[in-house]
Design a protein around this ligand. Structure first.
Ligand code: NAP
Ligand code: MG
Length: 493
């Protein structure tokens, strides 16, 4: 048994990929490796190097060289942009290879993995195009002065990402940092990081200079902890749990640097009685089924106006009952959870809900032929879920949807805003005035009206408030977070 609760043996032929520093593979300083398990069958199929503080030191030093010698940071903005765009094209050229690797490593259906790889490419395309269009301004000041602002990179940026969307996160976190001239060190999650290593290799192949992108796999408590506390790092971008988010922010405070935290949520979908149910239904269900619910922006609370409760629930129950979990190749509605620990965590939420007497409205199934050694959980629909219950308030990070009825608009808004989180929300109504009014009252980073799903919107600023974190990723907004603003004041008369 390993730390993540998996079991099994690595095939003798599997070779550790190593750590990617200065465009080269090297073993972990300690010589240690970590077995990599396929969630779909629970079998170890590869190994990664177990990076620790010594490897992080080397990676940060490599990134510092790329930044300080200027081989990366002093390229013209359009040249950095061109390299990012080339990487986007290389990702598209290798899309099938990457999608299969991602699907095996994370357990997700191959169609979802293909979408993730396309999104990864889009990040490099978008920020490739943005690199030379993100500029400062001149400010009218007193007579005899010229004032200009300039966006300066932080230097070396540290990136800690989770296992749910490694390829997408590689693009989302690194592309805007690189576009603005930072040199980067990424610590991906030990549970799924194979595509991030391959993407770093592709970046070297298309011409990224040594030290611009360094990837150090390893345990969070070792490599991750070393990266977030490293004095050579000027900014940290973290996506993961609120608990580790607190550690990241604490270390950032110690080093007097800033950070962005993207920590998940308990996002509501608010369904008013005038909903166009045929249009809404696929999104209402997919929002929790996508990636087996292991999505920071999962729509895990379904808030339904009581006047339409029976009609909406009947439709959702029908759809939920048909959902099936299976291997990446079966390509069904959802795949396995990432590891045994996550599966047990989700099953505990389900057992507690049942012990508390919360009605189970519908349950999907695990497909015949899905290996029993895989980490599958059949999707569950619970409702009505008491507002104060754990299920109504805490992030499950699994395929569990909680239905909660509400009585009128103000109640819906209070309910939507009534958790510690605030990431995204959906509002479903055919009354456009109400859609706008409610959207403006929701606490969070993104609100969809008659739509839902944060994944594809590369252009759209994204992030949370409170326990969902702070800072904005995606869109032009991310470029602000990855830079600091300098004002130059010149007296010329
Ligand atoms: P986690 O521990 O926060 O992991 C996220 C990343 O942080 C991983 O790369 C992890 O490394 C690293 N990490 C862990 N401890 C660290 C430390 N002390 N210092 C620096 N980095 C550290 O999340 P998890 O344990 O995988 O999942 C637990 C729960 O977090 C989930 O059930 C879910 O509720 C939430 N979660 C949210 C998101 C999201 O997208 N917002 C993503 C994942 C999980 P290793 O995993 O390699 O050790
Ligand atoms: Mg963890």
């Amino acid at each position: 048994m390993t730390d993540n609760g998996n079991s099994g043996a690595v095939p003798a032929a599997a070779r550790a990929k190593g750590i990617f520093i200065d465009n080269q593979w090297r073993p972990a300083n300690s010589g240690k490796v970590i077995d990599v398990y396929a969630p779909g069958d629970g079998v170890a199929f590869a190994q990664i190097a177990a990076g620790d503080a010594a490897d992080i030191d080397l990676a940060v030093a490599a990134a510092r060289r790329a930044f300080e010698t200027g081989v990366w940071s002093r390229l013209a903005a359009f040249e950095r942009g061109r390299l990012l765009s080339k990487l986007g094209l290389a990702v598209l050229d290798h899309a099938e290879e990457l999608a299969h690797l991602e699907a095996r490593d994370t357990g997700k259906p191959i169609t979802q993995a293909r979408a993730d790889i396309l999104a990864c490419a889009r990040y490099f395309e978008f920020y490739g195009g943005a690199a030379d269009k993100f500029h400062g301004e001149t400010i009218p000041f007193m007579k005899g002065y010229m004032v200009a602002t300039e966006h300066e990179p932080h230097g070396v940026t540290g990136h800690i990402i989770p296992w749910n969307y490694p390829a997408q996160m590689f693009g989302r976190s690194l592309a805007p940092a690189l576009a603005t001239g930072n040199a980067t060190v990424m610590k991906p999650a030990e549970d799924a990081c194979l595509t991030t290593l391959r993407l770093a290799e592709l970046a070297a192949e298309v011409g990224f200079p040594e030290g611009a992108i360094n990837v150090v796999p390893g345990l969070g408590v070792e490599a991750g902890a070393a990266l977030i506390s490293h004095p050579g790092v000027g900014f940290v971008s973290f996506t993961g749990s609120p608990e580790v988010g607190v550690l990241v922010q604490t270390e950032a405070a110690r080093n007097h640097i800033s950070c962005t935290l993207e920590l998940g949520g308990k996002s509501p979908q608010i369904v008013f009685a005038d909903v166009d149910l045929d249009a809404a239904l696929p999104s209402l269900v997919n929002a929790i089924v996508q990636n087996a619910g292991q999505t920071c922006s999962a729509g895990s609370r379904l808030l339904v106006e009581r006047a339409a409760y029976d009609r909406v629930i009947e439709a959702v129950v029908d759809r939920f009952s048909t959902l099936q979990a299976g291997t990446p190749e079966m390509d069904l509605d959802l795949g396995a959870l990432i590891n045994l620990r996550q599966k047990k965590r989700v099953e505990t939420f389900i057992a507690q809900a049942q012990e508390a007497g919360i009605p189970l409205l519908a349950q999907g199934s695990i497909a015949d032929g899905a290996p029993t050694s895989g980490y599958y959980v059949a999707p569950r629909l619970f409702g009505p879920v008491p507002r104060a219950s754990t299920l109504a308030r805490e992030e499950v990070f699994g395929p569990v949807l909680s239905v909660i009825p509400f009585d009128e608009e103000a109640d819906a808004v209070a309910l939507a805003n009534g958790t510690d989180f605030g990431l995204i929300a959906g509002v479903w109504t055919q009354d456009s005035k109400r859609g706008a009014r409610v959207a403006r009252q929701i606490h969070g980073g993104q609100v969809f009206v008659n739509a839902y799903g944060a994944g594809g919107g590369i252009e759209l600023p994204f992030g949370g408030i409170r326990k969902s974190g702070h800072g904005r990723e995606k869109g032009m907004a991310a470029l602000h977070d990855f830079t600091t603003l300098k004002t130059i004041i010149i007296k010329h008369d």
